[in-house]
Design a binder for this molecule. Structure first.
Ligand code: HPA
Length: 266
């Protein structure tokens, strides 16, 4: 694989001249942040030899390289999910490519369903722990993973500081990785709550795990697009997820941009 990774990294560098240390993965409906990049280069995934192509609505499948306040950033718009038929090595490929490119810190964003009444749709949450609720590794009940090597307290503190300085509310909590592709049943949500989860989504955990393995500092930020199944009586739809993400995209960009710019790459 590493020969392929070297050639993918070479492709990114030859299109864009990228030499930065920071990257961001943009989740579904959250892809507008690179609109503000200066000196932008767009590299569709299909231009990168061997790179997979995502298939989900709201994911366009391209890298965007550019500068934000003079800082070079690599953004990946569109990610790979287990439920699309990708295996864990494909899902984590963006992180391994970032590692090959010398990236030291990555923001990983997603849309998620809130399992807490006090975390209402449209708010953001910094992930401070996770639960793997996919049962890929066996039937044992998952236990929350918090702290090192996955969660970095100074990165979480920075996110909190940026929330205070921008006035954009940022909760903290535990993200449950569910298999999808369908939304959960109310019974599953009850179970995830009992395990200690706060929000639920279908991505991010493999990327956080791989970042830790590569020694890349990561921070996950969820956009809470809906109440999870059974939290309210309203049925939940993909349209609601996209609609909420779209409504708060400017706030999301403001908060995430500030975190990216101030993030420490040492
Ligand atoms: N469940 C799983 N994934 C999601 C949800 C949800 O409620 N909302 C956005 N992504």
């Amino acid at each position: 694989m590493s020969k392929e990774l070297i050639s993918m990294a070479e492709t990114i560098r030859s299109y864009s001249g990228f030499q930065g240390k920071k990257a961001i993965i943009l989740g579904s409906g959250l892809g507008s942040l690179p609109d503000q990049f200066e000196n932008k280069t767009i590299i569709p995934y299909e231009k990168v030899p061997g790179y997979p192509k995502p298939s989900v609505e709201g994911h366009s499948g391209e890298f965007v390289v550019g500068t934000l306040h003079g800082e070079e950033i690599l953004a990946a718009k569109g990610r790979f999910h287990y439920y699309e038929g990708f295996d864990v090595s494909e899902i984590t490929l963006p992180i391994r490519l970032f590692h090959e490119l010398g990236i030291k810190c990555v923001l990983i964003t997603n849309s998620a369903g809130s399992m807490r009444k006090d975390y209402s749709p449209g708010t953001f949450m910094a992930i401070n722990g996770h639960l793997d609720c996919t049962f890929i590794d066996g039937p044992e009940s998952p236990s929350p993973k918090k702290g090192a090597p996955f969660y970095n307290s100074s990165f979480l503190d920075l996110a909190k500081k940026c929330s205070i300085e921008t006035g954009i509310d940022l909760k903290e909590g535990v993200y449950c990785w569910a298999m999808g592709p369908t939304y959960e049943t109310p019974e599953e949500i009850l179970y995830f709550q009992q395990l200690g989860g706060d929000v639920v989504g279908m991505s991010t955990v493999p990327e956080i795990q791989m970042a830790a393995e590569c020694g890349i500092k990561s921070l996950g930020i969820s956009c809470l697009t809906n109440y999870a199944s059974g939290i309210t009586k309203e049925p939940l739809t993909h349209e609601e997820v996209i609609e909420t993400a779209d409504k708060v995209k400017n706030q999301f960009s403001t908060l995430v941009t500030k975190i990216l710019i101030e993030a420490d790459t040492n």
